[in-house]
Write a protein that binds this ligand. Structure first.
Ligand SMILES: [Mg+2]
Length: 242
């Protein structure tokens, strides 16, 4: 039996945003730091899938401090995503409420910014669901810690006091982080992953969050009358979750 279920966020719990708001936010970060006309290739280098070397290569030509560029980039990108969530452009998948039937501690481990993850959990009124929720801190250190490194996954396991979670993700880095932490994984084949062959091999493959409820080893509530996860009572919006 799994003693918990931990989720990646983007492309698993909520839909993806397109790249353009993230790209615009990155241009804004250069502008905020006084670089009004950066080379587009330098901007592109720090839009997504960023390494510390990318940040230094984008900062050096303008004598920017890489750490500052990365922090401002993260702040701008997180603000853009929080707007997308508030505006309903980035939404939970239709099967999100399947989580409410899982009878085990749950957490989130995302490579998105911590500020983004905190906003989503609050916006979805889901603080009762997740015992812990990690994003990255807005510093270059986090680039050495993000998945496929198991760093945040292991921290989430420690927070929840669990040893054998199932980790659910839509990217190779999710499956690799689970493997590095020595735990099972489930690759969720959403529409944007229709043709993807996950590497390394996940333990399970599912089409959506509903499938988790059928998966061997995932603890599920007995039925509609069974008590749900502990709630603090009277949270606004809880009645709309079905
Ligand atoms: Mg993802």
């Amino acid at each position: 039996m799994y003693d918990s279920v931990i989720f990646d966020h983007d492309g698993v719990l909520t839909t993806l945003v397109d790249l353009s708001p993230l790209r615009d936010a990155t241009w804004d970060a250069f502008a905020e730091l006084g670089v009004s006309d950066p080379d587009p290739s330098h901007v592109e280098q720090v839009v997504i899938h960023v390494s510390p070397e990318d940040v230094r290569a984008a900062a050096d030509p303008y004598d920017l401090d890489p750490e500052t560029l990365f922090r401002v980039r993260d702040e701008r990108q997180s603000a853009a995503q929080r707007r997308a969530i508030a505006d309903g452009q980035k939404v939970p998948y239709d099967d999100f409420d399947a989580l409410r039937r899982i009878d085990a501690p749950m957490g989130i481990v995302s490579s998105n910014q911590q500020a983004t993850i905190d906003f989503v959990v609050d916006h979805l009124d889901a603080t009762d669901l997740f015992g812990t929720a990690y994003g990255r801190e807005p510093s270059m250190t986090s680039l050495h810690r993000k998945k496929p490194e198991p760093y945040y996954l292991e921290r989430a396991m420690a927070d929840l006091g669990v040893e054998s979670p199932l980790f659910v993700g839509d990217s190779d880095s999710d499956i690799a982080a689970a493997e590095a932490a020595g735990v099972d994984s489930a690759f969720i084949r959403r529409g944007h992953r229709a043709d993807h062959t996950p590497t390394p091999d996940p333990t399970h493959e599912i089409a959506g969050l509903d499938d988790l409820l059928e998966l061997d080893g995932v603890p599920v509530d007995g039925g509609a009358d069974a008590p749900g996860p502990a709630v603090d009572g009277g949270r606004e919006g809880r009645g709309q979750t079905r």
